[in-house]
Design a protein. Structure first.
Length: 144
């Protein structure tokens, strides 16, 4: 009996490749989201550090600190907008990744089912061959 061959193996490899591509895109976008989150935390920390370290009490330094803090607030808002956009993009890529994963899993299950069928047929074939060998040996012994 010939060995097992899955007729859709090339399609399965393609699906695995597509799933990997979506997974890489998802990882990349997730990394960008984390980078943006870290920058927001850094802007907030810088704003707080500036307020704590300001020991000057003259009007000019207070104005400079207020302007710097306003700039940090502006940077935080800008980063939050970027984060919202990246999160939307991430969710879209996540949906595509899940879809690609489902398509691959369907073919994996089909391959497993076909392999189980093959093994079942292979076992039947081996049993038949063993029976034939045993019958011929028994037949030869009876003649003697």
């Amino acid at each position: 009996m010939k060995r097992f061959e899955f007729s859709l193996e090339t399609v399965l490899k393609l699906r695995v490749s597509q799933e990997r591509e979506w997974e890489n895109q998802l990882a990349s976008i997730t990394g960008e989201c984390e980078r943006i989150r870290k920058s927001i935390v850094d802007f907030e920390a810088e704003k707080n550090r500036c307020a704590v370290e300001n020991q000057f009490r003259d009007v000019n330094s207070l104005m400079a600190v207020a302007n710097y803090q306003a700039r940090m607030d502006s940077q935080v808002r800008k980063a939050q907008k970027q984060l919202v956009l990246k999160e939307r993009e991430r969710e879209s890529v996540l949906k595509d990744f899940i879809e690609a994963s489902k398509k691959r899993k369907i073919l994996d299950k089909l391959k497993e089912k076909k392999m189980d069928e093959y093994h079942h047929l292979r076992n039947k074939f081996d049993e038949k061959m063993n029976d034939d060998i045993n019958n011929s040996v028994y037949g030869n012994q009876r003649r003697i």
